[in-house]
Design a protein. Structure first.
Length: 547
């Protein structure tokens, strides 16, 4: 993980060089002022003791001015921090969003919705916050060196036992940090599970209401919440207890150091003001050691977050697959060669070979629905086969560049998602030619129904949109057709359409098959009768029938 951290630090410094410099400059100035103020104040006390009123007042005024500068400058320090934080958060979040596109669908399937959300938001927040705070943390560590040097020239005994205690407490803090890290990892895991439960609950709220099963679902959410809160509490209690124990030791030795220096002052071996400096500087040691303890845990936390975030990087396959097929010259012949897919001891496809020929409509038949779903998942690269190859015009689909491949293939699945915007925008983000949109809608008989809506194509698609289930399925099919892909995969949705819409759609597909590879999952005899090819597959046998 050290290599990962320091490599990441190089990236961060490159991305936000200007912001880092600004934050470093402001931090050095502010922490420097805090080191100088106790010295000036102690000198003021000494001048009072020596009855030099003018110099005492002068030192006091300088101290007050510096305090004022410090307080007013703290605001700019916050501005510098958030400039750096915003730059880093934008960089990491943007990188995650872009790399998500570059991940294969198979890779993305490894993440639950909750885990993914936490990676690109919560983990990005932790990473950005850590590196933004790192500047002031490093400056505060340098304060240790300045204070130790001051102690060394002031009194060798104070210097020696302060240094020894600091080293011992640092070693103990690092060792205690191991247990804290384990609690943190468990806390993140439970947060992922809780977030996933929230997604499942919100996504399935219609079913939960309609089946009246809230009482059956709620215990799972409640358990996830309790598990997260328990893990969160253990993490924070362990962290704070460790800190309190270590800081108590420092408080104890501060009192001993002050008493020791006060006795020296009474005996005339040092000034009264020096006692105040010792007291103030020891407070800074305590404050800065709190930062060290926090930094120790934050370092472990950020490594966990980097490890999780790097999964998106690791699975990103941008530019790995460079093979491209020309859309215009593509034939569209698909072939499965000795494909083994699913659980090895109970495969969905057991070394099966078959073809999905170009310029035709193929119906996937058979009683085993998981086989049909599996074929679509493999073609859409949502999953990968264990053995065998799947080729498009003789080229292994795994070797084809993602952007190129998904321009060649388009699909309609049973479970579909509309973007939370208007019908028009849902279509034009696929194909900006609105005339093309209306033409296809007219061909399948959907335009008239859309125009009956109060806002027509500007109607926002949601659960309350007054369209029939048949019309909503047609919206998804139109969106697929607008993509103008060579290969069309249509899951078991056409038979949901009413008879009028089904006929118009099939008439359009019969025309399109002249230069498309069309694959339909259906049990409808009407659709099967209009197909060119029937593929009936069990897990190890493919029956191919030309009609």
């Amino acid at each position: 993980m050290k290599n990962t951290f320091f490599n990441e630090l190089k990236i961060v410094l490159k991305v936000a060089k200007k912001e880092f410099f600004l934050k470093t400059f402001v931090s050095v100035v502010l922490r420097g002022i805090l080191l100088v103020i106790p010295i000036l104040f102690s000198l003021s006390i000494n001048y009072v003791t020596n009855k030099d009123t003018n110099m005492a007042v002068f030192m006091l005024i300088v101290s007050i001015v510096l305090v004022g500068i410090y307080r007013f400058s703290e605001g700019y320090n916050q501005i510098a921090y958030y400039k750096l934080y915003s730059k880093l958060f934008s960089f990491y979040n943007d990188q995650a969003v872009r790399m998500t596109k570059d991940n294969s669908m198979f890779s993305l399937s490894r993440f639950s919705p909750g885990q993914y959300t936490n990676m690109i938001i919560t983990d990005v927040d932790i990473i950005s916050g850590f590196f933004s705070s790192l500047v002031i943390r490093v400056v505060q560590l340098f304060e240790f060196i300045v204070i130790f040097i001051y102690f060394y020239f002031l009194d060798v005994y104070v210097f020696t036992f302060t240094l020894i205690i600091s080293i011992l407490m640092l070693i103990i803090a690092i060792k205690l940090g191991n247990s804290v890290q384990k609690y943190n990892e468990k806390r993140k895991l439970q947060l992922d599970k809780l977030t996933s439960s929230a997604y499942d609950y919100f996504g399935g709220i219609k079913e939960i209401k309609s089946f009246n099963i809230f009482d059956k679902i709620y215990p799972n959410i409640e358990n996830r919440r309790k598990e997260y809160l328990d893990a969160h509490a253990k993490y924070n209690v362990q962290f704070n207890c460790n800190n309190s124990a270590i800081l108590f030791v420092f408080e104890l030795f501060r009192l001993l150091a002050v008493i020791y220096m006060a006795l020296k002052a009474i005996n005339g071996h040092t000034d009264v003001g020096v006692v105040l400096v010792i007291y103030n500087y020891y407070q800074k040691i305590i404050d800065n050691f709190t930062i060290v303890l926090t930094l120790n845990v934050e370092y472990r936390n950020v490594n966990v977050s980097l490890q999780r975030f790097n999964h998106i990087r690791e699975y990103s396959n941008k530019n790995k697959n460079t093979t491209k097929l020309n859309k215009e010259s593509l034939n569209g012949d698909i072939e499965f060669n000795n494909v083994l897919y699913g659980f090895r001891d109970n495969p969905i496809l057991n070394h099966v070979s078959f073809k999905l020929p170009k310029d035709s409509i193929t119906v996937l038949s058979g009683a085993n629905e998981t086989v049909q779903v599996g074929i679509f998942d493999l073609l859409l690269r949502l999953n990968r086969q264990h053995e065998g190859t799947i080729t498009l015009d003789g080229v292994n689909i795994s070797d084809i560049n993602d952007e190129n491949y998904f321009s060649l293939i388009s699909s309609v699945r049973r479970e579909t998602i509309f973007f939370d915007t208007s019908i028009k925008e849902n279509f034009t983000m696929i194909n900006s030619d609105f005339e093309k949109v209306t033409d296809i809608c007219k061909l399948v008989g959907l335009d008239e129904e859309i125009m009956k809506l109060e806002k027509g194509y500007d109607t926002v698609i949601d659960d309350n949109t007054p369209l029939s289930m048949s019309s909503k399925k047609l919206l998804v099919i139109v969106r697929m057709l607008l993509k103008e892909s060579k290969i069309l995969l249509i899951d078991d949705v056409i038979n949901i359409l009413d008879e009028k819409h089904e006929k118009r759609l099939m008439d359009l597909l019969m025309e399109m098959k002249k230069n498309h590879t069309i694959v339909i999952v259906t049990h409808s005899k009407r659709i099967t009768d209009r197909s060119d090819y029937i593929l009936d597959i069990s897990n190890d046998i493919a029956k191919e029938v030309w009609k």
